[in-house]
Design a protein around this ligand. Structure first.
Ligand code: ATP
Ligand code: PRP
Length: 214
């Protein structure tokens, strides 16, 4: 038999919300991926395996064909750039918004370009460039909400769902930059060389997404 089709997933909310869709498509991991320390997980199907990677690494694994398909947030895909990838299906999971946020009671505007702390440098640059606004972008890898509290930045660009994290830190949402959901991504070359199994997976997941929406 040919090598199995590899699906790249990240632990946490994407895995949690993807497993029911995969189950509806007839794919179940052989052991619980949330608790397992294994990074390559066989499934009930000999022709499908799951690999567990960091959320922001999923597009890289798929771009280079180390995984034929993967599931990643649109936030992560925009930062990656989408090179070598198709994005055939919006799974509608891990729904949130990429937002500009800052102090709920903003201090006086400083006489310099506003500083924006974010993990999402590309989206942030594009957003402010599109508006012709000059800002200084400060790259962080997490806990963006801290930056305005300690004077590192004036604003942040981060993901917001309930708004609870912003509120807990005395921050408020200012503007929505993008609506975010997770997408199925496919390696462009694999889409040609392994068209049959990939098409079957895309169709089965689309049916699962439609059935959930109905
Ligand atoms: P990494 O491990 O690479 O730093 P991460 O910690 O951001 O990634 P998760 O928190 O599991 O990973 O987020 C995975 C994806 O889920 C994000 O890319 C985004 O699309 C979505 N997401 C993040 N936060 C939320 C949220 N609060 N509500 C809904 N979806 C979210
Ligand atoms: C994400 C995001 C925000 C928070 C927003 O963090 O980075 O901090 O969710 O969600 P809320 O509006 O519902 O509060 P997450 O919970 O994934 O933690 P992380 O920093 O470990 O990614």
């Amino acid at each position: 038999m040919s090598r199995p089709l590899t699906i790249a997933l990240s632990k946490g909310r994407i895995l949690e919300q993807t497993l029911p869709l995969l189950a509806a498509a007839g794919i179940e991991p052989a052991e619980d991926p949330q608790s397992s320390r294994r990074l390559v997980l066989p499934t009930n199907r000999d022709d499908v395996e799951i690999v567990i990677v960091r959320a922001s690494d999923v597009p890289t694994y798929v771009q280079y064909g180390a995984a034929a398909v993967g599931i990643a947030g649109k936030d992560v895909l925009v930062e990656h750039g989408g090179e070598g990838l198709y994005e055939p299906l919006d799974l509608g999971i891990a729904r949130c918004r990429l937002m500009l946020a800052g102090p709920a009671e903003p201090p006086p505007v400083p006489p310099r370009r506003p500083r924006v702390a974010t993990k999402y440098v590309r989206s942030t640059r594009r957003y402010f460039a599109g508006q012709g606004r000059q800002v200084e972008i400060i790259k962080l890898y997490g806990s963006m909400e801290l930056a305005p509290l300690v004077g590192l930045s004036d604003w942040i660009v981060d993901l917001v769902d309930t708004g609870g994290t912003l509120r807990a830190n005395g921050l408020a949402p200012y503007e929505t930059i993008a609506d975010i959901t997770s997408r199925l991504i496919v390696n462009k070359a694999a889409m040609k060389t392994r068209h049959g199994p990939i098409r079957a997976l895309v169709d089965a997941l689309r049916d699962a997404v439609d059935a959930r929406a109905a």
